[in-house]
Design a protein around this ligand. Sequence first.
Ligand SMILES: [Zn+2]
Ligand SMILES: [Zn+2]
Length: 368
Amino acid sequence: MRFRAAVLHRPGEALRVETVQLGALRPEDVLVRIRAASLCHTDLEVIEGQLVYPMPIVLGHEAAGTVEALGAGVAGLERGDSVVLSWNPHCGHCFYCEQDQPILCDTYRRLGPLGVQFDGTTRLSLDGVAVHHLMFLGAFAEYCVVPAQSAVRVPKAIPFDRACLIGCGVMTGVGAATRVAKLGYGASALVIGCGAVGLSAVQGARLAGAGRIIALDLDPRKLALARRLGASDVIDGAAGDPVPAIRALTEGRGADFVFEAAGSPRAFRLSAEAVRPGGQIVWLGKVNVDDEVAFRWGALMGEKRIQRSSYGGARPQRDFPLLAQAYLDGALKLDELISRRLGLAEINDGFAALKRGDVVRAVVTFDA
Ligand SMILES: [Zn+2]
Ligand SMILES: [Zn+2]
């Protein structure tokens, strides 16, 4: 079959909406008709060449849609099911899968940088040339073929433009608080950086029962949003050293948990300065892998724990339906994260807005 997809041919270029060809479905495949796909910074890093993938490639890894067709070997899904896509397929039996760390799965890490499907093949082509898939998906397209484990059924009542957010940023942020940090009732949490991931960490801390949730950002609009989503206190990171204010809000000790979601050397340093002795830091942001980040050694002492997390400890089959239900129950707010909806043809404008920091999430919607 043929359908439209936004294809990146070279880093630094605009995405081009083109008609790609999909090969035959394999037994473990699910064909998903994409209904909404949001723009994430990881896609932007590929466009800008900071993350290197084979080209041409279809980006897009935060998406939701309906099951259109099933490979002969797929059980447990039906045509028409609403699904959120997971970008972490895993083999289930390698060393890391057995450690309950699917994000480190040997096959996942070996094949991910090759821009292929989880069986090592590509499925799309353009004028006879193979087209690659970002993060085993490639969701900036009318259809997306995924391994069955990556199509996670969610309740049909959740709108697709909200549901898609669960697949990356929301899972990462909420999971950082509820799955990685195991933040408990009454604890204090500091969230550095209030984009989609940081705002979701604010919500994760709220859902886990944090007593005080301090949000820090350089943009007052994002701090206002953080308050709406559950922050009890906000700090303007542009107004001088924030550490005294953080200490003043945490009985002089520093926060029990610090979630870094800004992805800058300053934010990483602040995370270490602002956590209390014995507290836990979760790093969610990133800088280029060959960059160095310097710390004041004294800030790292005091029995502090640091964990880096890419996907918030996600177990998508367990967590996506819970997050979707939390939205339907009113406990998890997603409407507020969507700054803009756009068509596939406008996707480059969306990335420009994401780069400027003008949007929390811009979502491409595919109308029926
Ligand atoms: Zn993402
Ligand atoms: Zn594995």
